[in-house]
Design a protein around this ligand. Structure first.
Ligand SMILES: [Fe+2]
Ligand SMILES: [Fe+2]
Length: 144
């Protein structure tokens, strides 16, 4: 299994969870929205953990590149964690406009982030790391 394939599939799954939440919010189905958003948040944070606790450290120790792409990715994860908090607030207060607008900001950031990972970071990781071993370690953290 390639790291690129494994993690890109997680990106796709998270996209679908968000789409479910957005649809429910648009339709004013708040309970459904809470469930879908809860799933999106949980899985997105787990995906970030796999990258931060397994992939990035492995990448840095194997390539010696510590101030490059992994630092940018960590910073963007932090920005997205803040936006997730905003979305959760909007959901709690049943504020559709705020949810959809913060959601749009998050999606723009997330799509650009995922594209950089899928086109640059993951292929480099597949090239330089013991990919089977890295995938196994990430898998042991749970399923997205
Ligand atoms: Fe990431
Ligand atoms: Fe990612």
């Amino acid at each position: 299994m390639f790291i690129t394939q494994y993690l890109a599939e997680e990106h796709r799954r998270c996209d679908r969870f968000y789409a479910d939440a957005e649809k429910a919010v648009s339709e004013g189905k708040w309970e459904e929205a809470e469930k879908a958003f809860g799933l999106f948040k949980e899985k997105t944070l787990l995906h970030f953990r796999k990258e931060e606790e397994v992939l990035f450290p492995e990448f840095e120790s194997r390539t010696g590149i510590t101030m490059g792409p992994t630092q940018v990715m960590r910073f963007e994860h932090q920005q997205m964690r803040e936006l997730l908090g905003k979305l959760e607030e909007a959901l709690k207060s049943r504020n559709r406009e705020e949810f959809l607008s913060a959601g749009e900001s998050l999606m723009v950031l997330l799509q650009q982030h995922n594209m950089k990972e899928e086109q640059i970071l993951y292929p480099m990781a597949d090239q330089h790391l013991e990919r089977e071993e890295v995938v196994e370690k990430m898998e042991s953290l749970g399923e997205v």
